[in-house]
Design a protein around this ligand. Structure first.
Ligand code: GLN
Length: 284
């Protein structure tokens, strides 16, 4: 079968579930990753053939996509802030909103004194996407990253290696940590923040495949991680150190109130590209 014929079949099979653009983007992602062919190659050689083995592989991707398994897990990789990351079901797939948080921290760090060593801590690092992209892009940074999950940390360590950055990883349950035993210039976290009451808004592909440990919190204590991390930040940030969070879009005002109560200064709430309250900053 010619690849372009298979392409039509593939897109047609997926369009009841996904829109055409999305189905097409899956096709080209798999083409690039699994066949080392780009869109342009297909345009230049419209008669390229798929052999039987290749069709078996393509069909297996197709079946899994139909079950709404995220394409990033199927390929085992994704890109975040221009870097490649391995991903698997032990870690959340990095989101574009989180790239915006990283961008904010990087821009913000440029304002601070040149050549000063900047000590950064990422809490709940998952794939390591925040820690690694900060380490790559902030000069003189020394980055630490914590996660409760050994499996997530194994993935994050691999990602740090692949991206050639040195990060100190620590396995810890932040909810029981009372002191981080050292001070940081920046603490950042994208902790679990989706309330159970919001579960019906969560798409099937996320709900069925991504780690619930990284996503959900109890309705009656939705800020549990934020409160704990803010307390630790009060203790373990340097005097003008900064605390950055990715947040639940419905809890912007509650977050501001909590940071104010904890006597943080220069508090700022920002929206993401979709116009939702998505991140905060506060200075100790
Ligand atoms: N933004 C993620 C989602 O939409 C949630 C991330 C988190 O809970 N930290 O599923």
């Amino acid at each position: 079968m010619k690849i372009r014929e298979y392409r039509s079949y593939f897109i047609q099979e997926l369009t009841p579930i996904f829109d055409e653009g999305e189905a097409e983007s899956f096709f080209y992602l798999i083409l690039e990753e699994k066949q080392q062919l780009k869109r342009i190659d297909l345009a230049l050689q419209p008669d390229l053939e798929l052999n039987e083995n290749e069709i078996v592989i393509w069909n297996s991707f197709l079946e899994q996509l139909k079950q709404e398994i995220p394409v990033q897990y199927l390929l085992g990789k994704t890109s975040f802030y221009g870097l490649d990351f391995e991903v698997n079901s032990n870690v959340l797939i990095p989101r574009p909103e989180t790239e915006e948080l990283v961008e904010w921290i990087i821009q913000n760090s440029k304002i601070s004194v040149e050549d000063k060593k900047i000590k950064i801590l990422d809490i709940g690092t998952g794939s390591g996407c925040i820690a690694i992209s900060l380490a790559k892009n902030i000069k003189n940074s020394k980055v630490f990253a914590i996660d409760i999950s050994h499996k997530a940390l194994a993935t994050a360590k691999k990602n740090a290696e692949n991206n050639k950055v040195e990060i100190t990883f620590l396995q810890e349950n932040i909810l029981v940590t009372t002191d981080l035993n050292q001070n940081f210039d920046i603490i950042v976290s994208n902790p679990p923040y989706v309330r159970n009451l919001e579960k019906q808004e969560v798409k099937k592909n996320v709900l069925d495949n991504e780690p619930h440990l990284a996503l959900f919190v109890e309705d009656n204590d939705a800020l549990i991680f934020y409160k704990k991390i803010t307390e630790l930040a009060k203790k373990n940030l340097t005097p003008s150190g900064e605390l950055f969070f990715e947040i639940n879009q419905y809890l912007g005002p509650e977050m501001i109130e909590m940071l104010e109560k904890m006597n943080f200064h220069n508090i700022e709430l920002r929206k993401d590209i979709y116009g939702n309250d998505r991140m905060t900053r506060g200075t100790r």
